[in-house]
Design a protein around this ligand. Structure first.
Ligand code: G3I
Length: 326
């Protein structure tokens, strides 16, 4: 890795993190993480399908290795994620009455959070439960169909009980868009007013090189600040495409330069709002491990500050030192 560049984390006034997707054999990525980031989030290793593939059979090898790596290197760890509609094994919902499903989520959280108590300081307790196209703003997942809002209440209550010191996050995407923002705001406010222990909202922030305008992001941070809730950016990346079909054979230099300016614009917002943001996590260490190379289609994408060879891109300089942007 490059040694003659600044540490990204030293250039920002909040905790800077990265997601990792490589399993325990991190190789060169470990060096990049240690130099540039203060926090890590596993891309997949702690999801339900990875940790409890069959009822009561827990698999923690991968999670243990990653948590050991983080602890051994003084990195904070974000647990992702306890309750989601995706990457959840079919058995969880099979034949489940409301009572059975709430018991299953309780057992799962006790086992997974309990194992890492004191070592994982922040958990995405629920992920992507909002659907702004529903009149009540709630996603019609099996969780919702079977339990209503109770799966969310149970998840946060149990999570608080298992590790009272952990920061409990309500995480979602597209929260920078006004309709989604307002739908999430309403649900989070209602639950917190009831006493559900939601400490923070997580803004995933999967954006692209043009959309949304940076002021949408700023409006979202200001809006949730009125709830007095902690805020984190949890999955930032900046796709080089603005639609679901275009492809570049390789991403042109002028596009990477524009992306660098886009990173600057977004981090300008984060720096201005630093008092309201406790952490910013980028969704991947380098472009060789981005989910955007397979979603929504297979194509070359380059959404992160480091390229396939782990070298700093304009996106890096957009964060670290915009005077060096092309
Ligand atoms: O593990 C299998 C492997 O055995 C198989 O050979 C291979 C072939 O397809 O697939 C592997 O599973 C993949 C898995 O990542 C592990 O690499 C899945 O296909 C792939 O769909 C999965 O993608 C993950 C995605 O969540 C799934 O929903 C991404 O890595 C992960 O970055 C992404 O993360 C989500 C957040 O959890 C929530 N917010 C959105 C974000 C981006 O989708």
């Amino acid at each position: 890795i490059q040694t003659d560049i600044p540490s990204l984390k030293d250039t920002v006034p909040f905790t800077l993190g990265a997601a990792f997707h490589r399993g325990a054999t991190l190789g060169e990525h470990a060096k990049l993480i240690n130099k540039h980031y203060g926090s890590v989030t596993p891309g997949n290793a702690l999801k339900w399908d990875a940790t409890e593939p069959a009822e009561g059979r827990f698999t923690f090898d991968e999670g243990d290795a990653l948590v050991d790596f983080a602890t051994g290197n003084g990195l904070e760890f974000r647990g992702h994620t306890l309750v989601w509609h995706s990457q959840t094994p079919a058995w969880v919902f099979e034949g489940a009455t409301k009572e059975v499903l709430l018991q299953r989520v309780e057992n799962h959280i006790r086992a997974v959070m309990g194992r890492y108590k004191g070592r994982i300081g922040t958990w995405d307790v629920v992920n992507e439960v909002i659907d702004e196209n529903q009149p009540d703003g709630l996603r019609r997942s099996p969780w919702f169909e079977i339990t209503g809002l109770d799966y969310i209440r149970t998840a946060f209550r149990v999570a608080r009980e298992v590790d009272p010191a952990a920061t409990l996050v309500f995480n979602d995407y597209n929260t920078e868009f006004p309709r989604k923002r307002e739908a999430m705001y309403k649900v989070v406010k209602q639950l917190r007013d009831e006493g559900v222990p939601i400490d923070a909202v997580g803004h995933q922030l999967h954006v692209n090189i043009e959309q949304p305008p940076a002021y949408f992001i700023e409006d979202t941070i200001e809006r949730f600040a009125t709830l007095g809730v902690e805020q984190q950016v949890t999955e930032l990346d900046v796709s080089v495409y603005t639609d679901f079909v275009s492809t570049y054979p390789t991403v042109p230099a002028d596009v990477l330069a524009r992306q660098g300016h886009r990173y600057k614009e977004i981090f300008d917002v984060f720096r201005r709002q630093a008092a309201k943001l406790s952490s910013v996590t980028i969704w991947g260490v380098a472009d060789d491990e981005t989910w955007l190379s397979t979603f929504p289609i297979n194509r070359v994408n380059a959404p992160l500050p480091f390229d396939d060879e782990l070298q700093a891109k304009p996106a890096f300089w957009g964060v670290a030192d915009p005077s060096k942007l092309p």
